[in-house]
Each structure stands twice: as C-alpha cells, then as structure tokens.
Design a protein around this ligand. Sequence first.
Ligand code: NDP
Length: 509
Amino acid sequence: MTQTAATATFESLNPATGDVVGVHPVHDAAAVDAAVARARAAAGWWAAQGFDGRRRVLDQWRGVLTRRMAQLADVVHQETGKPHGDAQLEIGLAIDHLAWVGSHASKVLGRKRVAPGLLLANQAASVEYLPLGVVGVIGPWNYPVFTPMGSIAYALGAGNTVVFKPSELTPGVGLWLADSLREVVPDHDLLQVVTGHGDTGAALCRADVDKIAFTGSTATGKRVMAACAERLTPVVIEAGGKDALLVDEDADVVAAADAAAWGAFANAGQTCTGIERVYVHERVYDRFVDELTKRARSVHAGTDADAKLGPMTMPSQLDVVRRHVTDALARGGRALVGGEGAIGDKFVQPTVLVDVPEDSLAVTEETFGPTVTVRKVRDMDEAVELTNAGHYGLGSSVFSASRGPEIARRLRTGMTAINSVISFAGVAGLPFGGVGDSGFGRIHGPDGLREFCYAKAVTRTRFKAPLNLTTFDRTPEQDTVVATLLTALHGRASQLPKRPLRARRDRRS
Ligand code: NDP
C-alpha cells in the first residue's frame, strides 16, 4: 500500500516497554477500495496460474519465510511482547500449513467425476472448486502470523488474491508478510495490507470483496457480519473461546497438569484455544491441583531472560482479567496461585482459581489472560455437562487413558485434543473452527481450502438419452416408464417401518 492514500497515521507500540515500533497509515474507505481493486486486477492472473503455478509461488514464499524466520520473530516479539521462541513456534506452524496448502490444493479442489445416477445416465457429471476472487482477511494480534495465515495461505492456495487488515496492535507483522510475498511475485498484488483501526476493517467488509475471513472477538464478529450483510458478502467467523480441559480418574495426572499449565499460561493466556477451565474427577483432584499449582509457581511473566510469559499485548485486557478474578474471589472462589495481586500494569502472573461458581465471569466469559479455574467433578458426565453449558464452542482437551474418544465426541466444540492441548491447530489437514459464539466456517485442511471457493457443478451430455425428461415432447407413455423406474428404484424405501419410529433420538448418538 502506498502511504499517499492515507490521511492520518498511528503508532504500533512494544507492549512490554511502551516504545514505538512503527508508524503506519490509517487507511480510509477509499484506500481500502483501491487495494481491493488492485487485488481484483491480479485475481485473474493468479487464478490462471493453476495449481502447479501457484504451488511454485507458495513454495518460494515458504522458503523466504523459513530463511528469515528469526527476523519475522523479532517483529512479532516487538509488537506483541511474546518471547522470541514462542514467536518462532507460531511462524513454524504457519510455514507448515503453507506447505500443506501447496501440496494438497490440487487434490482437494481439482475436478472430480460424480456418478450421474440412473435417471441421468447419459450425463457426465463433475465438480470442481473455483476461486471466489478477492478475499478480505481481518486478523487479531495474539498470534499475528499463525492466525491470519490460516486464512491467507488457504485463500491464496485456492486461487484468490487477498487484502489483509491486521490488528492495529500488529500492523508491522502484516506488512512484513505482504512484503515477503512481494519479493517472490513483485508484479502482481497477491497479498496487500491495509492498516488502521476498526473503521479500516469495517471498510474492508463493505468493499467489493468476495468473502471476509474474520478472526477476533465474538462481539466484533457480529459487527463484521452485519457490515457484510449489506452486500451479501459471505463470512468465516473465527471468534473467541472458553476452552475446558477434562481430567478423568484414569488419566496421567502429571501430563494433564503439565498440559493444563501450558494451555492456560502460554502466550500469557492470550490464546483463543487456551485452557481457561479445568474439570477434574474427584478421585484425582487433589493430586492434579498439587501438580498444577507447582507448575503455575514455576513460570512468570516479565522481560527478564527467564520469563516464559510476555506482557498483556492489549492494555485494556488487564481490566477484563481483573474484573474476572475479582468477581470470582468475591463470589467464594479462592486463588491458590496469583489472584488480584498478580495483575500488574503490563504483566499478569499465573493465577489458579478454585471453588469458583459456574455462573461467574471467570467461568462463562473469555478471560484471555494467564488464569484458569479448576473444579472437582463427580464423573466425566458432569464434566461434559459443565463444558457444554458454555456459549462458546471452540476447542477442548480430554485426559483419559481409556475413554478419550468417547468423551471427546460428546463435547460440543469444533476441536478436541485427547491427552494433549491445542495439538489440533498444528495438524494442517484438520479443519479449525468452532460452534456457538466461537463462530462458524473453517480454516485449515480441505474444509479450509473449500471455504475460499465456490463449488462448480457441470453436467455434459454424453449421448442422446433414451428417455428425455427435459422436453415438452415427453409423452404419457414415457411418463409411465419414469413412474415405473422411480417405483423400482425408490418404492421399497417409502414403505412404513413395521415398528413406529422412536419419538426423539439422541442427536449425538
Ligand atoms: P477484535 O475483535 O478486537 O479485533 C479483531 C480484528 O477486527 C482487528 O483487526 C480489529 O482491528 C478488527 N476490527 C475491529 N472493529 C472492527 C469492525 N467494526 N469491523 C471490522 N473489523 C474490525 O479481537 P482482538 O484483536 O482483540 O483478538 C482477540 C480475540 O480474537 C479473542 O476473542 C480471541 O479468542 C479471538 N481469536 C480467535 C481465534 C480463532 O481462530 N477462533 C484465533 C485468535 C484469536 P483493530 O485491532 O484495529 O481494532
């Protein structure tokens, strides 16, 4: 993007030090429209490259990203405050997804033959998935590479060009990504970045884009959907979560506590699929709490070399965390580690809360800080019920030696990790997304590629049909043949069952 299109600028800051990291233009609606028009102009060229041509470009980009990973990690570290190693990890995962996109797009989206059925046996039927054109991506700041790349890489791999609006907290990361792709393809606007605040994102929703892939909070997701509705622009909403971890009586308790600690505190708890609630079988509760608190005390947030947690990237999140912890304690909860005193003016120290009522903010709303509630349950039925009572449904984790898959299937979340946390996000072939207030649509995997396409169905007449159904010349005799054929094909299926159907079936059975 050229700076001339903007009228104002804003600064991105290092949240740990307050230092200015960069100054960026606030792109207005005209600038956004211009970027989308350039993306539209490039879309035909990009689609015409086909799967092989696109794969070559994406592979070259992957090489650039890999070779300059440390440089990009620096930008992420500066804009989010997260440790360099954590920044490198999210970049590595994004690179792995990019590789998957390059090598799988053709197989997932390419033309496939479909059986035409007996009535239309003279037709050759096929389906393929064609690019939509221009995709607008709106991303958050917490994983400023991995999260938007879940949309950007898949949209590009499917043959679309992209206009990306990064969070106002991490514009430098977005620009770095676009610049690195421009090194590979300097002459076509495959990936452009527009910078600014919420208004810039809203302008992108109202621009001439063919789809919006939004990742952010549920509240903003609703605003994005409303804006997109004006033009009937389809959306993917990857919104917040309140993920639970369930620990069964036969679980490896040490492994479960270790996973809970990492799931709750890593990235200072600013992870959409972070663990915010834990439900533990009463037989292993005490042991689990011992192990978890030990780990919570062993990590801290800060800027020193030993700090495994960075600052709260968005200063206003400190108030949310404080409100949730204060509410939990006021309502009978206890802080075994951390608590109100753990919330500073930039950093939050790990906090483990117990005896917190299920209808308190720390259990029902997304906290997005390094805090976790732990509750004793009588069995896994109760744990499943409490997990599913929430209005979010992004991810979940189950620790159980014998019942993992069974419990996982009963959890109303888009993703579940058994005997680990968040591992589903790193498996490129798996879809990523949630249900309920966590949004809809999927990034990653075959579903993530198809999300940025439209299905194109084609039938081709192979030979003259003995029975032409789509003509006014159809005779009563032919209608009789059709009726006979249909009866032979489907008549038995329409017979009433001997026993009455059960009134209501378990939807999850
Ligand atoms: P926000 O919802 O505040 O912002 C997300 C993006 O939307 C930002 O780029 C923001 O711009 C932009 N935006 C703000 N207002 C509008 C608007 N009216 N129209 C269009 N765009 C707008 O989320 P955060 O950045 O605070 O990210 C944290 C949230 O993201 C958490 O809830 C987290 O759970 C969720 N998340 C979900 C993931 C998932 O895959 N399900 C993954 C990662 C995070 P600006 O920053 O400039 O205001």
